[in-house]
Design a protein around this ligand. Structure first.
Ligand code: URA
Length: 309
């Protein structure tokens, strides 16, 4: 796979605020990911997760691990038993999430009252992908963010605000378009992506998710992964990274996001690449180039996955 960029990808990177820098000929071949610089764009941040630690820039000391995309799925580990809730109006998470099919899982999330977020939410936000009749959409890419914000709570769809616009541009640069976007697909672009969050309900005032909320929602994300069978997961931001890597990276809560980048992790056998959250990128313009670096890493690990680069 070549990471040379065509006109469309260059346009998308411009949209992301990433400017390409041509290395002097004497410098020889410089990977695109190392050869990008950033320009300032003035965009408003909309979610509190932009507060998350700016994450020490991870200098890649060694080339990223190159791992084959698994052809056989690993058997899922059993999920924790639902925790019973004592607060008024709350109920245990529906039993048997680990065995649910896609429609049952959607219904379980829609009716979930396992934590207090159900009391303030307008809508649950299950995720968005290409249309599928009855079952899980057929996708290779799974994007996991943090939690719905105000716009997402109203729309019932993840990443529909400013951060979502940036995410859409990042995806388009990879040849991917969100399932609900009805604009005609351009050449080389597919809807081969599902977008979801760690939390399916909005934390009030866009505060950070609490550990108990993440724990309650975790089986839903896990089942989504089992049913979607993505070939690559992009974990955007600290909460997605921590949630997906808690069983594979010791003390992941203590590791800055920047140090989780630049490697290929695994969740249920699926490769996971960690990157910055789009809301953070909206105000930390200098890290957009690193985010593109992460997307290039993901694309290089999954070269057979349908994206147009
Ligand atoms: N931030 C997220 O992490 N998810 C969304 O859906 C919107 C903003």
């Amino acid at each position: 796979m070549s990471l040379d960029l065509d006109k469309r990808q260059r346009a998308m990177l411009r949209e992301m605020g990433v400017r390409l820098w041509q290395p002097p000929p004497a410098a020889g071949l410089v990977p695109v990911s190392d050869a990008i610089n950033t320009v300032a764009v003035d965009v408003r941040t909309e979610r509190a997760e932009a507060r998350f630690d700016a994450a020490t820039p991870a200098a890649r000391s060694a080339p990223p691990e190159r791992v084959p995309v698994p052809s056989v799925r690993q058997a899922p580990a059993p999920v924790r038993a639902p925790t019973s809730q004592s607060a008024p109006g709350l109920q245990s998470r529906p039993a048997g999430v680990e065995l649910m099919d896609w429609p049952a899982l959607q219904a379980a999330v829609a009716g979930c009252r396992a934590c207090a977020l159900c009391q303030s939410r307008k809508n649950t936000v299950f995720g968005v992908g290409p249309a599928a009749a009855g079952g899980a959409p057929q996708i290779d890419w799974l994007v996991v963010g943090e939690a719905p914000g105000e716009n997402e709570d109203i729309a019932g769809e993840p990443f529909v605000g400013q951060a979502g616009k940036l995410l859409d541009n990042m995806l388009l640069a990879m040849g991917l378009q969100r399932g609900s976007d009805d604009t005609p697909l351009r050449a080389g672009v597919s809807k081969n992506v599902f977008i979801t969050n760690v939390l399916k309900c909005r934390p009030p005032a866009n505060r950070n998710p609490e550990p108990a909320e993440v724990a309650q929602c975790e089986p839903y994300l896990k089942r989504q992964v089992e049913l979607l069978q993505p070939k690559m997961i992009l974990a955007l931001g600290r909460f997605a990274a921590q949630s997906l890597l808690q069983d594979s990276v010791p003390d992941v809560q203590k590791i800055p996001l920047g140090k989780l980048r630049g490697q290929v992790h695994r969740y249920l056998g699926v490769p996971v690449v960690v990157s910055y959250h789009p809301a953070y990128l909206l105000r930390s313009l200098g890290d957009k180039a690193k985010a593109w670096d992460d997307l290039c890493l993901a694309m290089s690990v999954a070269p057979t996955v349908a994206h147009s680069v």
